[in-house]
Design a protein around this ligand. Structure first.
Ligand code: SF4
Ligand code: SF4
Length: 246
């Protein structure tokens, strides 16, 4: 069974320790940024930030509410990016059978710009980026090098608030359901996002749209029919397979 990260956003203080730990572990260079009126920095995922803590500010009556969302690849159970990449270059995107981590390989360099754009569009969370220096597609690796040696991902290890949790999928699903039940007392809108389809499961405490456009799939623009069906068929196919295996 896959490894899973459970992200309890009700506990996130937006300290950005996870964002920095990710950059550090992957030895990613700094970005040139400028103040744009938001504490969010950089403004989006990019080839040198596999993780970004998103800040979203709202007024609830007279109360200012800040929603924080430590964004990253969801390590989908049936990865749409892999399905699309396979159409162009076999092996460009793979899934580690032991951990469930979805990985972009060096073969991604062979993807044309048009193919890359298709792979990116196919991702319901707008995650894939292309490193202009190497030509490789890049994103969160779930720290597969750490995980395969028995260590948690760097972002989980560093998180001081209990927002980031890591373990076996069944354990993380159980924890997510327990936390959801507890959170509902204070945050009636609390919900788990796409938990049947992904291995980075978020618990939100507000409307997903009040975090950012891709907090939930398929919220990002209209996916075409093929993309939408592929996304829907993932969890469905899995349960059919499970039933067939008895
Ligand atoms: S979130 Fe996007 S990039 Fe990550 S596994 Fe899913 S489809 Fe691929
Ligand atoms: S380290 Fe934890 S608390 Fe800090 S921004 Fe990341 S998820 Fe939030």
């Amino acid at each position: 069974m896959s490894k899973t990260i459970f992200v309890d956003t009700s506990r996130c203080t937006a300290c950005r320790g996870c964002q920095v730990a990710c950059k550090e572990w992957h030895e990613l260079p700094p970005n040139d940024t400028r103040q744009t009126g938001s504490h969010q920095n950089p403004p989006d995922l990019n080839p040198y930030n596999f993780k970004v803590v998103r800040f979203s500010e709202h007024l609830d009556g007279d109360t200012v509410r800040w929603n924080f969302f430590p964004d990253q690849c969801r390590h989908c159970e049936e990865p749409p990016c892999m399905m699309e990449a396979d159409e162009h270059v076999k092996g460009a995107v793979v899934r580690d059978a032991k951990t469930g981590a979805v990985l972009f390989t060096r073969k991604t360099k062979k993807l044309s710009e048009a193919a890359f754009e298709k792979v990116r569009k196919f991702c319901p969370y707008n995650v894939p980026r292309r490193n202009p220096d190497t030509g490789f597609l890049v994103k969160c690796t779930m720290c597969n090098d750490r995980v395969s040696r028995g260590m948690p991902p760097a972002c989980v290890k560093v998180c001081p608030t209990g927002t980031m949790n890591f373990g076996e999928r069944a354990d993380m699903l159980a924890l997510a359901k327990k936390r959801l039940q507890e959170a509902k007392a204070k945050f009636p809108k609390a919900k788990l996002m796409d938990q049947d389809s992904v291995n980075v499961i978020y618990m939100l405490i507000d409307d997903p749209k009040r975090y950012y456009d891709c907090a939930a799939a398929p919220a990002r623009g209209p996916l075409d029919r093929q993309q939408f069906l592929a996304w829907l068929v993932g969890p469905l196919k899995k349960s059919v397979d499970t039933v067939a295996r008895g």
